[in-house]
Design a protein around this ligand. Sequence first.
Ligand code: SF4
Ligand code: SF4
Length: 83
Amino acid sequence: MLHCNNKIEYNPENCVGCQLCYKACFIDVIRWDAEKKQPIFKYVDECAHCRYCQAMCKKGCIKVVIDYKGMSYRQSFDMYRAQ
Ligand code: SF4
Ligand code: SF4
């Protein structure tokens, strides 16, 4: 599991409730609010910064802001470095 300080900006103004962002997230960062017909970005600290949700939203409601400078981002990739 990657722990990152990413942010996900969501603008509900143009959201049409299509659920594509919700279905795109393969690690359940996004939950679905059935009453409001909107995504809920619930477990953002587990976001893997793949940006599938942003790519799937054709209404431009979602922007994944990756914390490239954050310590946790760098630490998450340390394990892949050659010793
Ligand atoms: S993909 Fe975009 S328009 Fe569809 S539910 Fe998600 S935020 Fe709303
Ligand atoms: S960027 Fe990827 S992991 Fe993060 S919320 Fe969107 S689909 Fe899920």
